[in-house]
Design a protein around this ligand. Structure first.
Ligand code: SF4
Length: 173
């Protein structure tokens, strides 16, 4: 029997088949709530943690399971690492299905590792992510030609390998 997830998560929305949020066709979860307030942010409606709606975790997993075309899921926002405990459970279930996990964060990888001292789910979640696009969106460094990224300061990191090695390993996906 497949995994059953309990509880809910605060979401801004989902995109059931995205080709712009990582490799392949992906189910993208946009979490609600973001503390970064980057000037020029494209999703200001995702900033208020009290905005959005509550979505049952199991509902997300069921939708992912139903679509054989999906390569994996992408955790975006908002700031997904503000709700790492719920996303960790989702990521575990998705990896168990043989699919992969990409995450976007306004925090840098180093900041996330620091934060994981208080919230261990952050590091566990990173260790399940084949790719992390890290760092705030910086308007002055915006570049529309970049793959998956909005601004040049952001990196495509192999998060799982970086956690394992204790140093940044860039993604080759
Ligand atoms: S981290 Fe993303 S969602 Fe948050 S303010 Fe920056 S660009 Fe917007």
């Amino acid at each position: 029997m497949s995994t059953q997830l309990k509880g809910s998560i605060r979401l801004a929305g989902v995109v059931r088949e995205s080709i712009v949020d990582g490799p392949g066709i992906r189910f993208t979860v946009f979490t609600q709530g973001c503390p970064h307030h980057c000037p020029g942010c494209h999703n200001p409606q995702t900033h208020d943690p009290a905005g959005g709606y509550d979505c049952e975790m199991q509902k997300i997993l069921d939708a992912v399971e139903k679509n054989p075309l999906l390569r994996g899921i992408t955790l975006s926002g908002g700031e997904p690492f503000e709700q790492p405990e719920q996303l960790l459970e989702l990521a575990k279930a998705v990896v168990a299905m043989g699919k992969d996990v990409v995450a976007f964060s306004g925090y840098t990888f180093e900041q996330l590792m620091e934060k994981s001292k208080e919230r261990p789910a952050i590091k566990e979640l990173l260790s399940l992510c084949c790719m992390l696009v890290d760092g705030r969106f910086v308007l002055a460094e915006r570049d529309l030609t970049l793959r998956f990224r909005g601004s040049r300061n952001q990196r495509l990191i192999n998060a799982a390998e970086s956690v394992k090695k204790g140093e940044i390993v860039l993604s080759d996906l």
